[in-house]
Design a protein around this ligand. Structure first.
Ligand code: C5P
Length: 401
């Protein structure tokens, strides 16, 4: 989701420099145009040619490089970019920048640019803990520079502790967070995701097909756009999004209770979870034996969303309608019955849509009945589109009130 973005990637001289190759790959995969700037010592770890080949752009290593435009190199790049990320950032580069030293291309660029600068430090654990490094970081943070914490683990120097370069995925997530418009700032959003599971016995359950991908993407994108998000997740194999408050639950009743506990403070609820409509009337404490036909008594679960709709106030409510037939009619009926502001409908039988795949094909139906059609998109892109409509819908709601 970095299409059209110009990103400057500063690589400094630490063993984690090889991981910036992976970072470059991820950024270009997401559509960014990346210009790599290497310090002299970084070139001892990875050759500039690697970055040049993978970025498709010349790598800047010398301060006196002039571009064809005859503009001074660092000014030209610094003006064009959307963001500068330094990964890995050594204690040395942090110290130089904190103290106003601009003796190579990268340090000069940091001083010349007005775009957000993100540092992803990586160094030996003791260096990271040293008061000098920490004081430099505090100083830079107070000036508006952004920092990621290094990860904990086994370091290349043989010690174990904090100092590893943050995960590439986390660096990409922080870059996106810095680049996104904060059009959901001030909103407190509950996002539900995944299925619920209703136990039949200790080994079996009733559940719905859902990976949780749609809800997790919605939660992540909403946070990037400035919202305070609580993700309420049924059983899912997905990793918990880094730093995102997440509450896990298993059953529909548990999900309902968690939502009720947080509803008061919420300004929006996005119900992407595939909640089981029924639960066994009784759960057997022991595994039910296979002795011919077995009848299961089911009782209905509460319709959580319909319940919220009844006490909605000025909250913005979004529901999902996973359908196999009469998509629009069913979704519209649901939106009215549950008192929603918007419903996202998808035909789960369509190829490239629905439960466990990485893409979805949706229609967004608004309270006034208008229907918006979308082609097959990644679930991350779908989350963006849904939130675009949520932002517009919220504005409309405020105007009308
Ligand atoms: O009525 P249906 O289950 O198709 O409605 C789907 C929407 O309602 C989804 O947003 C889903 O999260 C929500 N839902 C709910 N409680 C249920 C069943 C569905 O909140 N028991």
């Amino acid at each position: 989701m970095l299409q059209g973005k110009e990103i400057l990637l500063g690589v400094t001289g630490g063993i984690a420099a090889y991981k910036s190759v992976l970072l470059l790959r991820e950024l270009t995969k997401e559509g960014a145009n990346v210009h790599v700037i290497m310090t002299k010592s970084a070139q001892n770890f990875v050759a500039p040619l690697t970055f040049q080949t993978l970025s498709g752009n010349p790598v800047t290593t010398e301060i006196f490089t002039l571009f064809a435009s005859s503009k001074i190199g660092h000014i030209s790049l610094a003006d064009r970019a959307d963001l500068l990320v330094i990964a890995p950032a050594t204690a040395n580069i942090i110290g130089k920048i904190a103290n106003g030293i601009a003796d190579d291309f990268l340090t000069t660029m940091v001083m010349a640019t007005r775009v957000p600068v993100l540092f992803a430090p990586a160094m030996n654990t003791n260096m990271w803990a040293s008061p000098v490094v920490q004081a430099n970081i505090t100083r830079l943070k107070s000036m508006g520079y952004h920092f990621m914490d290094p990860a904990e683990g086994e370091l290349a120097c043989g010690t174990t502790g904090r100092g590893k370069l943050a995960d590439v995925d986390e660096i990409v997530e922080d870059i996106k967070t810095l680049l996104y418009p904060k059009d959901l700032a001030g909103e407190k959003i509950l996002v539900t995701a995944g299925p619920t599971e209703e136990a039949i016995d200790p080994a079996r359950c009733i559940t719905n097909r859902s990976s949780g991908k749609m809800g997790y993407n919605l939660a992540m994108v909403a946070r990037r756009r400035g919202a305070e998000v609580i993700l309420i997740s049924g059983p899912s194999c997905l990793p918990v999004p880094c730093g995102l408050p997440t509450i896990h639950c298993t059953t529909a009743l548990e999900m309902q209770q968690i939502i009720n506990e947080h509803l008061e403070e919420a300004t929006m609820v996005i119900m992407a979870a595939a909640v089981a409509d029924f639960r066994p009337a009784e759960t057997s404490k022991t595994k039910i034996k296979r002795l011919g036909t077995h009848c299961l008594d089911l009782e209905p679960n509460p319709d959580i969303l319909a319940g919220i709709g009844k006490v909605k106030g000025d909250r913005f409510l979004v529901g999902f309608a996973a359908e196999t037939d009469d998509l629009i009619d069913n979704a519209q009926e649901k939106m009215k019955r549950k008192n929603l502001d918007m419903i996202v409908a998808n035909d789960v039988t369509a190829c490239g849509a629905g439960f466990c795949c990485d893409t979805n094909i949706i229609k967004i139906i608004e309270r006034d009945g208008s229907v918006h059609d979308f082609p097959q998109m990644s679930k991350e892109k779908v989350a963006e589109v849904i939130l675009d409509h949520v932002v517009a819908g919220r504005k409309k709601m405020k105007k009308e009130s």
